[in-house]
Design a binder for this molecule. Structure first.
Ligand code: COA
Length: 178
């Protein structure tokens, strides 16, 4: 762990244009480095901006909460909670788009974002967080290391950005129990 991390974390109330642009850069970096996070290559900046503009509307409506990490070069990581859930699941949120720019990886930022997301979930009155991730990827190791409970695996759930099936693994975190 860094004694003083080279990043700061915050939860913006509004995703304005510069934030949307910085988040798009991180998403493009992740997709182009092979992360299976909903998108296929070639991944255009226009599509990345459209995705984050939609997230910005979700933040404005309260349906989503986004955390951003910034270093000296700008946004270097993000994670979000999808707070809006069916009326019989008000205590639950989905954790999504956990992204660390390749320049900032393997320094503990992923772990810091996950801890912050758990805190944010509590602040938002959530007691259960759920996510899914590529089976056998870096993120699966991270979630298991942080104590998330592995539920199981669905084979051939999605595609890698350059093609080829990947399986997904579901995890949950019972915030009431930790
Ligand atoms: C998965 C992901 C978020 C992890 O982010 P990260 O910032 O690298 O995560 P961490 O630094 O906390 O941990 C990663 C590794 O670095 C190690 N590490 C952490 N701090 C370290 C340090 N100071 N020095 C050396 N290694 C360190 C961790 O032990 C971990 O090791 P492991 O991979 O062998 O288990 C990142 O790889 C990513 O964005 N991938 C692409 C997008 C993606 O797949 N997202 C998941 C969607 S569900």
């Amino acid at each position: 762990m860094h004694p003083t991390p080279p990043w700061t974390l915050r939860r913006p109330d509004v995703l304005d244009e510069p934030l949307v642009a910085g988040l798009a850069d991180v998403l493009i970096d992740c997709v182009n480095s092979g992360a299976s996070v909903s998108f296929m290559q070639p991944f255009t900046r226009e599509r990345a901006l459209a995705f984050w503009s939609d997230v910005a509307r979700g933040v404005a409506s309260g349906a989503r909460a986004v955390l951003v990490a910034e270093d000296a070069r700008g946004i270097c990581g993000t994670v979000q909670l999808i707070l809006a859930q069916p009326e019989n699941q008000p205590h639950r949120a989905d954790l999504a788009k956990m992204l660390v720019h390749t320049r900032a990886r393997r320094q503990g930022l992923g772990a810091a974002l996950m801890r912050a997301a758990e805190g944010l979930g509590r602040e938002c009155g959530k007691t259960l967080l759920v996510l899914d991730t590529v089976t056998g990827g870096d993120a699966e190791r991270l979630y298991a290391r942080l104590g998330w409970v592995r539920v199981g695996e669905i084979p051939n759930y999605a595609l890698f950005p350059a093609g080829g099936f990947c399986s997904t693994t579901y995890f949950y975190r019972d915030l009431a129990a930790v």
